[in-house]
Design a protein around this ligand. Structure first.
Ligand SMILES: O=C(O)CCC(=O)C(=O)O
Ligand SMILES: [Fe+2]
Length: 196
């Protein structure tokens, strides 16, 4: 099934719940869980440094340095398992991704707070391709200025969500904590970074 446009005013979203076949998603999850050097990134929130509540790795081509939540990240090299995924995304989306932020949510306490991916390195209308593996989690979006404009969707194993155009300028998004018992999840956000 191809990517389906999701109707949400002031956003440009496309979704495919089964972008990766089950077996391919299983294999990629296992390869990344074991093959990435997962770290706890420090993030700045309201002027204070904290450990982020998840494991992360910033991966990319050498030029893809990235300032994220107040810290500068030098990219790690691409794991072999990600190269065919990057090539397929680039071909299907007509976008040239040079980096990916990998996040691993160990259980329902791991999460990501409200933010927009609007760092200057991404440019004004970035195309960000978000591939999810493992346990399904709820992903929420809310408009930055227009009260009541919001959406939520479940990002399951092998699903692809593409956020493009004005989405980051107009919306924040989050991966909320949950008290439900949930298994591990890995999310990959493919990005095109323009070096400063
Ligand atoms: O885990 C997710 O689905 C969200 C990740 C995200 O928003 C990000 O990496 O910027
Ligand atoms: Fe994000």
């Amino acid at each position: 099934m191809p990517l389906q446009r999701l109707p949400l005013e002031d956003a440009e979203l496309a979704f495919d719940p089964h972008w990766l076949a089950r077996e391919d998603a299983d294999a990629l999850f296992a390869a990344l869980r074991q093959g990435i050097d997962w770290e706890v990134h420090r993030i700045r929130l309201f002027g204070r440094e904290h450990d982020s509540p998840r494991l992360s790795s910033w991966i990319g081509d050498a030029e893809a340095r990235y300032r994220y939540s107040g810290a500068l990240f030098e990219p790690r090299p691409w794991p072999a398992a990600l190269l065919p995924v990057r090539a397929r995304l680039s071909a299907e989306l007509g976008a040239r991704f040079n980096s990916v932020l990998a996040n691993r949510y160990r259980d329902g306490r791991d999460a990501m707070g409200w933010h927009s991916d609007d760092e200057p390195e991404l440019g004004p209308a970035p195309t960000i391709a978000s591939l999810s593996l493992g346990a399904p989690r709820r992903f929420a979006l809310k408009h930055r200025r227009r009260d009541g404009l919001k959406a939520a969707l479940e990002l399951g194993h092998g699903s692809l969500l593409v956020m493009a155009g004005p989405t980051q300028a107009n919306y924040r998004h989050a991966l909320p904590r949950t008290a439900r018992p949930v298994g591990e999840r890995i999310n990959l956000t493919f990005r095109a970074i323009r070096p400063r």
